[in-house]
Ligand binder design. Structure first.
Ligand code: NAI
Ligand code: MG
Length: 353
């Protein structure tokens, strides 16, 4: 298992160090794991004036999987857009062809009170949001700021999806649904957007190849509402890049903390990049208080999806459950009566478990 390790910025290095501890523990248990570190984001800019240095992309392409922390920081806010840390992230996703972004949102019984929603609304929640990651308005051309004939300035972006882009991500969605509860909800804005009308048409076509899966469609504004009203009605949610970005952050808060949520971004051959859903949290960076569990759970997803080792994924998830049962909590999931621990101590506890 050749793994490229890209810690990035802010809390990235701290949380990735805990995930690396878990990988090292698996290695001393007999797994053949090779890890190599490289820069991305602001760290890439600092080292090579490029948020995605060529060496980082080359290493990532030559590896079986990529483990990423997070990118971004206040000190980079005034850089021109191509130099900004987030460009490193967009470019590595595009460069590796990672079109399918899997973001599970599940509520651990130990953390049911950490959610801002009533526990009866969220207890037992286990949904999978599949977000298309390399198309849509985030990549569409043309885009920019232009001056109109009347002299007024205008900002503009372009939303588009090609048939093959919708088709391949829809297949991933239905395949995930087949392995879960055979229920898939496609989210779009087909009442207003032509791109969405087309999305809906193609998803409906692909659905014919999966007659066992119950397909439904929902407009994104309603989906945003339903996610906080009755989230357990969903199982797999399939959606485009911008809607998925927003809905998956919303769904993360059902679970109590964004610090608990892992993600996988896959290409056609299940080669993938694994990272927590949260960002670089510059407000808490360097203080050893970040929650490393999202990153550790991302390693579990790596074992499952890139290496076909669901058994190891389950071991890691069981270890996370165990430390939560022991009452260990980082600040973001802390509640009265529990034991507050730092980032490194949480990592050590998972390794021990
Ligand atoms: P953020 O996710 O970094 O932080 C949002 C809030 O959640 C903050 O209060 C933070 O302290 C908290 N938080 C996040 N992760 C945590 C963890 N593991 N443990 C405990 N608390 C945690 O989002 P924000 O503040 O909007 O963005 C900060 C920087 O991160 C920006 O530069 C942004 O562009 C970048 N970013 C990077 C992403 C990535 O690398 N995938 C994704 C989102 C934002
Ligand atoms: Mg986001």
């Amino acid at each position: 298992m050749k793994i490229a390790v890209l810690p990035g910025d802010g809390i990235g290095p701290e949380i990735v160090a805990q995930a690396v501890k878990v990988l090292e523990a698996l290695r001393s248990d007999g797994l053949k794991i090779e890890m190599e570190h490289a820069h991305i984001g602001g760290a890439g800019y600092d080292a090579a004036k490029d948020p995605l240095p060529e060496a980082t992309l080359d290493l990532s392409k030559a590896s079986d999987a990529v483990l990423l922390g997070a990118v971004g920081g206040y000190q980079y806010d005034n850089l021109p857009r191509p130099m900004r840390p987030e460009q490193g992230l967009l470019r590595i996703r595009k460069g590796l062809g990672l079109f399918a972004n899997l973001r599970p949102a599940m509520v651990y019984p130990e953390l049911v009170n950490a959610s801002t929603l009533r526990s009866d609304i969220v207890s037992g929640l286990d949904i999978m949001i599949l977000r298309e990651l390399t198309g849509d308005i985030y990549f569409g051309q043309p885009r920019g700021i232009r001056t109109l004939e009347n002299g007024e300035r205008q900002g503009f972006d372009t939303m588009h999806y090609s048939e093959s882009e919708v088709r391949r991500v829809a297949h991933v969605g239905f395949q995930i649904a087949m392995k879960r509860n055979k229920k898939l909800c496609s989210v779009d804005k087909a009442n207003v957007l032509d791109t969405s009308m087309f999305w809906r048409e193609i998803v409906t076509e692909v659905a014919k190849e999966y007659p066992q899966v119950a397909l439904s469609h929902m407009y994104v504004d309603n989906a945003a509402m339903q996610l906080v009203r009755a989230p357990k009605q969903f199982d797999v949610i399939l959606t485009g890049n911008i809607f998925g970005d927003i809905l998956s952050d919303e769904a993360s808060m059902l679970t109590g903390s964004i610090g608990m949520l892992p993600s996988a971004s896959l290409d056609e051959s299940n080669k993938g990049l694994y990272e927590p859903c949260h960002g670089s949290a510059p407000d808490i960076a360097g203080k050893d208080i970040a929650n490393p569990l999202a990153t550790i759970l991302s390693v579990a997803m790596m074992m499952q999806y890139s290496f076909g080792r669901a058994d190891i994924a389950q071991r890691i998830e069981a270890a996370v459950r165990k430390v939560l049962q022991q009452g260990l909590r980082t600040g973001d999931i802390y509640e009265e009566g529990k034991q507050k621990v730092g980032c490194a101590a949480m990592g050590d506890a998972v390794v021990a478990a």
